[in-house]
Design a protein around this ligand. Structure first.
Ligand SMILES: Nc1ncnc2c1ncn2[C@@H]1O[C@H](COP(=O)(O)OP(=O)(O)OP(=O)(O)O)[C@@H](O)[C@H]1O
Ligand SMILES: [Mg+2]
Length: 470
């Protein structure tokens, strides 16, 4: 039998990607940018090439929804095979279990699984992929994928004939610009020249693709929405932040910032009201978040007990503790006498300029908006750090939530206001519990400054507060 090997004709940007996909260094490659940048073609053709070069290997194509994988990426797959004159008799598609298998010819024995990467509440940790074994794989439209799906899948490669063929496990991720883990783990480090070994990022533009640049260009020119246009037409990863009051890079920088640590400790807590919400508490030293605790479906009595022991163990004054005071949170505030209750809808707190002693003219709709704006200013000025040991998933939650804290589009003379909690919940699909816990730290910025004396003692520094209200 005559062996056939597909001959590819990538355009220069795809060629760059091939160099990474075929080298002995790269394990994770993100090829991401504008629509029409040749992303899907690259993924299909790379897998085709690998199946033919290395018969018996096993690969996957994963996308958020299998129906969309079938409705678009699979169609490109068929076109790629036709383009390379692969005989129909060489392969079959199993519609029941969704895999492509080469049954004849040079690639005989190779196989590609089509995976549905959608988040399923009954499988939050993507354990359904936990026992799969692949040579390598491709995540299509990575912007739609939960971080955990990526995190699990990257451990499932390098397990099928990689040793026999001396193949490095490789994961290709194609995507449009998205402000999620792709930005944080690939785009930002790429921009700063800090990509870890084995990671690569290639920015793709529709103008790179000579096959369709004209037709895509005409279509993309008609996009009016500026954010969508920036992402899909211009392949711009730093697209507008849609009124988010937080600068995106500044949010991410919190995890690596070092800020001056004061001696003052605080605890801020968002207490769960409903079954699904999380109770999230954070312990701060100055503006550094040192510890984060969260629980789901926890009764208020347990919350009170845990909060009390955290306050005591960390030596936090009760008056340096703030818990939200709506609904269930109020119960905790009542039981822990001396802690502050945070009422988001309360009137903003008047501030006095410490130098001029004059009241600072600020115009906020309510206390919640006031604290969000003050907190955002601190974050954007790189004055907040998070040293608490957090998982990638927890970081992801924080980043996602803060991005949804947007200002309403007011005319200049109206009070500054944050969009309603309901619209934030709608955008996130959950309550912004971490963001609320963080924002409440700003509450202490609004309290009159206290005089305090530091006493050096065996075992550390103890702060003695004087003249503290409440
Ligand atoms: N190497 C190639 N050889 C031949 N044709 C190609 C090649 N790369 C891309 N094309 C052509 O360009 C078209 C657009 O490419 P592709 O679908 O891969 O872009 P995309 O970045 O996935 O676009 P979208 O953002 O719409 O998903 C393909 O349908 C194909 O016709
Ligand atoms: Mg595509």
């Amino acid at each position: 039998m005559k062996k056939i090997y597909p001959t590819i004709s990538p355009f220069p940007r795809q060629d760059k990607a091939y160099q990474k996909l075929l080298d002995d260094v790269t394990r994770l490659l993100v090829y991401g940018g504008a629509a029409g940048g040749g992303k899907t073609w690259l993924g299909c053709e790379w897998l085709l090439l690998m199946c033919y070069r290395y018969p018996g290997t096993k690969w996957f194509i994963g996308r958020n929804e299998l129906t969309r994988l079938m409705g678009s990426s699979y169609l490109t797959w068929r076109r790629v095979l036709k383009f390379h004159s692969i005989p129909d008799s060489d392969w079959v598609f199993n519609g029941q279990y969704h895999y492509i298998e080469f049954v004849e010819g040079t690639a005989k024995g190779s196989r590609i699984d089509l995976l549905d990467l959608a988040y399923q509440p009954r499988d939050p940790d993507f354990e359904r992929f936990g026992s799969l074994e692949y040579t390598g794989g491709w995540i299509e439209e990575g912007g739609e994928i939960h971080f955990k799906a990526f995190d699990v899948l990257k451990t499932r490669i390098g397990r099928m004939m990689n040793t026999e063929y001396n193949l490095l496990p490789k994961l290709l991720i194609t995507c449009n610009p998205t402000h999620n883990w792709l930005y944080r783990l690939f785009y930002k480090p790429f921009k700063e020249g800090k990509l870890p070994d084995g990671h690569a990022f290639i920015k793709a533009l529709y103008t790179d693709n000579p096959y369709t640049a004209d037709s895509y260009g005409k279509q993309l020119d008609t996009i009016i929405d500026p954010t969508l246009r920036a992402r899909l037409r211009n392949g711009d990863w730093e697209y507008g932040e849609n009124n988010s009051i937080f600068n995106y890079d500044a949010i991410i920088d919190m995890f690596t910032n070092t800020v001056e640590i004061s001696n003052e400790k605080y605890l801020t807590g968002d207490i769960a009201r409903y079954g699904h919400d999380k109770t999230v508490e954070g312990i701060w030293q100055g503006w550094n978040l040192q510890q984060v605790f969260w629980d789901v479906k926890q009764g208020i009595d347990v919350t009170i007990t845990k909060t009390r022991s955290r306050i005591i163990e960390s030596g936090i004054p009760y008056s340096h503790t703030v818990l939200d005071d709506d609904g269930v949170g109020g119960g905790a505030v009542d039981s822990l006498k001396g802690v502050k209750g945070f009422v988001g809808n309360a009137t903003p707190i008047k501030r006095v300029d410490p130098k001029t002693k004059k009241e600072i003219k600020e115009n906020y709709r309510n206390l919640r908006s006031q604290c969000e704006f003050i907190f955002a200013e601190k974050v954007n000025n790189h004055e907040v750090s998070i040293s608490a040991p957090l998982s990638e998933q927890e970081k992801e939650w924080i980043i996602e939530e803060l991005q949804q804290i947007k200002s309403t589009e007011n005319s200049g003379d109206q009070p500054l206001q944050i969009v309603s909690k309901d619209s934030i919940k709608e955008a996130l699909g959950r309550s912004p519990d971490f963001a609320d816990m963080l924002m409440m730290r700003a509450y202490f910025e609004l309290q009159p400054k206290k005089v305090f004396i530091q006493q050096q003692q065996v075992g550390g520094v103890k702060s003695l507060y004087e003249g503290m209200p409440g």
